[in-house]
Write a protein that binds this ligand. Sequence first.
Ligand code: F6R
Length: 614
Amino acid sequence: MCGIVGYVGEQQALDVVVDGLRRLEYRGYDSAGVAVLDATGPRLQIERRAGKLANLEAALAQGRLAGTLGIGHTRWATHGAPTDRNAHPHTDCSGAVAVVHNGTIENFADLREGLEARGHELTSDTDTEAVAHLIEERYAAGEEGDLAAAVRGVCASLEGSYVLVVAHRDHPDLVVGARRNLPLVVGIGDGENFLASDVTAFIAHTREARALDQDQVVELRREGVVVTDLDGVEVGGECFHVDWDTAAAEKAGFDYFMLKEIQEQPDAVRDTIGGRFGLDGRLRLDELSISDEDVRGFEKVFIVAAGSSYHSGLVGKYAIERWCRLPVEVEMASEFRYRDPVLDRHTLVVAISQSGETADTLEAVRHARQQRAWVLTISNTVGSSMARESDAAFYTRGGPEIAVASTKAVMTQLAAVYLAGLYLAQVRGTRDPDEVRSHFRDLETVPALITEVLSRMDATRKLARDLSGEERVLFLGRHVGYPMALEGALKLKELAYVSAEGMPAGEIKHGPIALIDKGTPVVVLATRHALQAKLVTNIQEIRARGARTIVIATDGDETVIPYADHLIRLPDTKSLLSPMLTLVPLQVFAAEFAMARGLDVDQPRNLAKSVTVE
Ligand code: F6R
């Protein structure tokens, strides 16, 4: 949600910034803009446009903005409609300061009122513009030309969440950035430095990076980077090396990132589970500051997450309860902290988030820690806010996920929740080491099985195209099939904009069965497990009422044949692990269905990749 890029160096800033914005497109946006400093003026040259980057580039083609310092922004509208006027960068009264901003300033109305009373003229509906004027005031008054000090002073007066990146026409070698609650990463180059919402924006130039911590301000110059707290005291911090390259963030011949990411799943799972056992033969997490004694003291687990990550969490409940005999509650992060959950030193909260930046989940993590619960984050993003603010982190090693709809990240989250369950079982002694190993070996067979499933998807694609005129599809599952029914429905909703609903198959007779009419497509997740016989009965019930049944079943299972209008066969695996196979046809079905409707499956309407507002 909103992408930010800043650059100072020897290259033409416009090229670096626009390229960076393109790489951040996946975050979702509805307008874009840049500011480039013309040092000879000196003056800030600004261009901004509603709509996609192509609109901005068309405007820029009229006259290129020359200069080696620039900032850029893709905006996902919160305050004010997505128009040219509201697009970032925003400036102060004299056009000396340019600001791009991600987040929401909660005391914006008060700040704006004060500024207007003091004679400032604000021309947009955004909260961001107020920040530009506040910097103007501080710069002129108290701080006497010290841009970083002016930004620090303004930050102290802001309420809410923000990343700010600021340029000033009198500073041809300085970009200032600041963050609270949202991510900002510094890219460290040679004679050039970068700022961005995430490393994707600058990995074509450097793979050395440093993530800013809460309430820090960075001064970015050609020759170096200085990070301070809000009092101006310099703070240390660790750099990290990004171990994937630009090729990993490109389409590699696929029409959409999503299709590429679906194909990458076997490798993503292999990478996620690889090297997890230490020399002592015990399973380990990536970062851990919880002692074994504290792990043995857990009395309850909450799993908090949003969207698809929540569905992975639902599967995690089955694994942890089965292997650890610990009660697990799974909760949507947006609801969690507002109901005042009962948390204490004997509670483990597992936060699951691809980005590690989702505001709802991050706030749930903070709430849990305030209540003294332990927090383990499962995330695909090393150094993300959630991982940094937790007691333990488990990284899914899925590589960059660019398509807005999550695929390989969900797949690796499933692997991660199984491993987290086995880790807890190992430390708490609820499963002996041989059994932990044996479950791990089962998991190791999954990447090859996913490859096998991917090779069988032609019939699923054809079926999706045939059904793409339908406006309503139901998904049913039982046990671990139920979370995947929810995921199948979410994928179809967000990609194809049809009404799709996932339900527990046993629940349908308590009401939803009234939705079934002649020809209603119903996808049933019926891979082999303990509830198979009951599920077959459920398929009969809906078919008797006219449903067109699409049954996902295990190879060799004959029981479903009489009731399946369409059959999607999957290889056999342990029933607890079956979501990692059923997920694949659900993803392929949704993508193909949407593409048959002529839709862009990488950037569905109204959605953002990383949802950084509550
Ligand atoms: C759906 C999807 C979203 C995310 C949700 C949480 O395809 O991608 O539902 O799963 O916004 O995002 P993370 O995992 O980054 O916290």
